[in-house]
Design a binder for this molecule. Structure first.
Ligand code: LLP
Length: 413
């Protein structure tokens, strides 16, 4: 079974690049995240090539996974970073990004975050509020900085055909500015003498399998900015979809690029993919702690939970679950659940799978994006270690160690 170019089953063993995962996990505790840097590079290069016709500059969306080794790998590949907080900017800089390669988005930037970003000289602010323009202008003015580059985030009032929790471009969403507010800001730029408002940003949601809302949003964007010649950059945001099942196919990026190219002539294009770069390069490994059969159901209670991977609980997301050692046996209908005291701590519901026993180890697939990045310490659980398999595919190292009880207690008086 082949999941992607880095993750596949060979002789009954689940492998990541050249390494059997059960050999890695023998030296570690579960739960643990494992990422293939080779697959991350490949994903990045594939996106870069697909968007070549529009010359897109790629800013990896660090919110998907801000592990330092991953950021470094992408920065070395030439990617910029899309950050959404002072913390993400700090992580990006720490990983070696140049400030001029960072864009800063977010619906509620604080004055302190804005000052930090202006002071560091980041490339772009993606602005979502008129008062925010004022704050950036004030920060730049008080620091005597050169004009700060701003893109206005447009809410095109287009519904992305995706899960409602990850849809951002519809009317009534908290994201972006209306066409009216953008027109107003562009008509009176003299109010912000320290800003150079020269970009438009549009991101209508995540996991966008249907390109129609994207082209619709772009058509509206073009209509809005057509008469403002100072706008020279269109930032398309992220949202490229990934397959969460190995037999699922997603639309070819090349088709999307063909569809959107007509809207982009004459503009510098930026892109902020997160999921498409990292999701299928990461897996979460877990061990079966208990098997419980009750109420007519088979429960596999594993040591990973919603605190490591909240996507199933939050979005009903379906991640495949694959044993590290394949075995035969009649498939059963199982509930794979975590130890957390929440009924929604279910990693897979009514999943047909080969039977598992206590001590078996499994991989929760396609967990690289919005996995560790959304992990929490709920139930005072320690966040897991993150392991990276080097780009040579043959060696691995712990990029971030598992938290300890001391880490949990460190900040309390
Ligand atoms: N740019 C902006 C302005 C965004 O809001 C996002 C994601 C991205 C780029 C990157 O989107 P991507 O290429 O990864 O789809 N936690 C959810 C996803 C939330 C996405 C938030 N914004 C999940 O696990 O599905």
């Amino acid at each position: 079974m082949v999941f992607n170019s880095s993750i596949r089953v060979v002789d009954a063993a689940l492998m990541i690049d050249d390494l059997p995962l059960d050999a890695i996990v023998r030296e570690l505790e579960t739960p643990v995240y494992v990422y293939s840097l080779k697959r991350i590079q490949e994903n990045y290069r594939r996106l870069k090539a697909a968007f070549e016709p529009v010359g897109a500059r790629i800013h990896y969306s660090a919110k998907a996974n801000s592990n330092a080794a991953i950021l470094r790998t992408l920065i070395d590949e030439g990617a910029g970073i899309d950050a959404v907080s002072g913390g993400e900017i700090a992580r990006a800089l720490h990983a070696g990004a140049a400030a001029q390669d960072i864009v800063f988005a977010g619906v509620g930037k604080t004055v302190a975050e804005i000052a930090f970003a202006v002071e560091r000289g980041i490339a772009w602010f993606n602005v979502e509020n008129e008062l925010e323009l004022q704050h950036i202008n004030d920060a730049a003015s008080s620091m005597g900085t050169e004009r700060v580059q701003v893109a206005l985030r447009f809410n095109p009032e287009v519904s992305a055909n995706t899960h409602p929790h990850i849809s951002t471009g519809h009317g009534g969403a908290k994201f972006g500015l209306t066409a009216g507010a953008i027109g107003d800001a562009l008509e009176r730029p003299e109010r912000y003498p320290c800003l150079n408002i020269c970009g438009i940003h549009v991101h209508i949601g995540s996991q966008l399998g249907d390109s129609a809302p994207t082209t619709q949003a772009l058509a509206k964007t073009k209509q809005l900015i057509g008469s403002f010649r100072e706008i020279h950059t269109i930032n398309l945001g992220g949202g490229l979809p990934v397959a969460y099942r190995h037999d699922q196919s997603i639309p070819a990026i090349e088709n999307l690029v063909n569809e959107i190219t007509p809207y982009l002539y004459g503009y510098q294009v930026l892109l902020e993919p997160g999921r498409a770069v990292i999701a299928d390069a990461g897996i979460l490994l877990a061990t079966v702690l208990y098997v419980k059969i009750q109420g007519g159901k088979t429960f596999y209670i594993v040591d990973a939970s919603m605190t490591e991977l909240i996507r199933p609980a939050l979005y009903g997301a379906q991640h495949e679950i694959v044993p590290l050692r394949q075995s035969d046996g009649e498939r059963v209908l199982a509930q794979v659940v975590g130890p957390v005291c929440e009924s929604t701590d279910v990693l897979a519901e009514d999943r047909e799978m080969t039977p598992l026993k206590v001590g078996d180890q499994v991989a929760i697939m396609t967990a690289g994006a919005y996995g560790m990045a959304m992990a929490s310490n709920y139930n005072s659980r320690m966040r897991p270690a993150e392991v990276v398999v080097a780009a040579d595919g043959a060696s691995w190292s712990v990029s971030r160690r598992r938290e300890t009880v001391e880490d949990l207690l460190r900040l309390e008086n």
